[in-house]
Write a protein that binds this ligand. Sequence first.
Ligand code: SF4
Ligand code: SF4
Length: 404
Amino acid sequence: MKGDMYLVRSSDDEILKRAESGGAVTSLLKFAMESKMVDAVLAVKARDGDRYDGIPVLITDPEAVVEAAGSLHCVSPNIARFLKEYLNGAFNMKIAVVCKPCDARAIIELVKRTQIQMENLILVGLNCTGTLPSAAAKQMFREEFGVDPADVIREDIEEGKLTITLKDGTEKEKDLDELEQKGYGRRENCRRCDINIPIMADIACGKWGTDGKKATFIEVCSEKGGDFIEKAIEAGYIKVERPDRGAIEARREKNGEEVERAEKWQKKDFAFLREMSAEEKFSYWLEQFSRCIKCYGCRDACPICYCKDCILEADRGTILPGEIPPDIMFPMIRTVHVMDSCVNCGQCQDVCSMELPLSQLIFMLNRELADIFKYEPGMDINAPIPLKSVTDKELAIAGVDIQF
Ligand code: SF4
Ligand code: SF4
């Protein structure tokens, strides 16, 4: 049931041999398909064996789940958008989705916008302490770790360190803060992310609290998740034990450390903007957006941008065609449309042709809105979307004064 916690291992010797953390997630996914709880699994797989280039894959053969096992830190595919656009929002297929916290949150926001059918999903959430930008990661492995990126078979981000494992089994580690001061390390949005355990998914899986055992710590986060785990135990796919109080506390502490690290980054990244006057902020963003080439990358990548008939298109009359940079209403409209529900996934900033600090702006505004409306995007499927439900009167009562 919701709230239950388990230390989980696969019952399958073959999966156990290949798995990093006891093979729990692999066995659960296999069970989901073989028991017909789902028709397919949506996961991420290295493209042609290249761990710096991962792609979302829809798996319908239970045996193929094993090939998608293991973490890929150097890729961050747009799972929510993929589910909405290429899998018809799961309206006609039952899917188990392997997701990071920001993926699960984006899915929940799209469910609220009737773009995804939650009843057909099982969200298998994975703990996340950040992802690395692919090209910069290769350069960092070469220059800071002195290794060939092709020799890296695993990365771990924990306790303020980035640890890599090489083909020959050797491990190398570096202080994450030092790497990030040099411009390496995690994607910028990941540094600011304070949601590491995907408690908005049906189950939250990770290694915190396992005390080095070959097992996965799983928290059941919904009744659907509880039903899933109980059926997998009954069918003999997984073996479970209850974590003791020490294990639960260790997991809580690890999460607390990461949240603290994220809050420091939020403070650092937002401080200079928050110290500016409204006029200074406006000039700063005008200057930034004067470099926009209206490639529409940010709109097309954002999981929260879902309108099929977008008001920013040239034929809608709001933004004149052929003008570069576009009128300031272009970024203003996009920002206002997504800022109440931004899940800090960083996809907009990753794709921006002009490298504008888009997720920095939108996530910062989102934090301010979250304070006013007490709304955390993607955390509670039953919470109404603030800017869809708020009235002018309520805005006036709240004394809302959101400024760029
Ligand atoms: Fe992700 Fe950017 Fe959209 Fe926020 S605005 S949800 S960071 S793509
Ligand atoms: Fe402009 Fe960047 Fe968005 Fe392209 S991705 S439209 S350059 S802000």
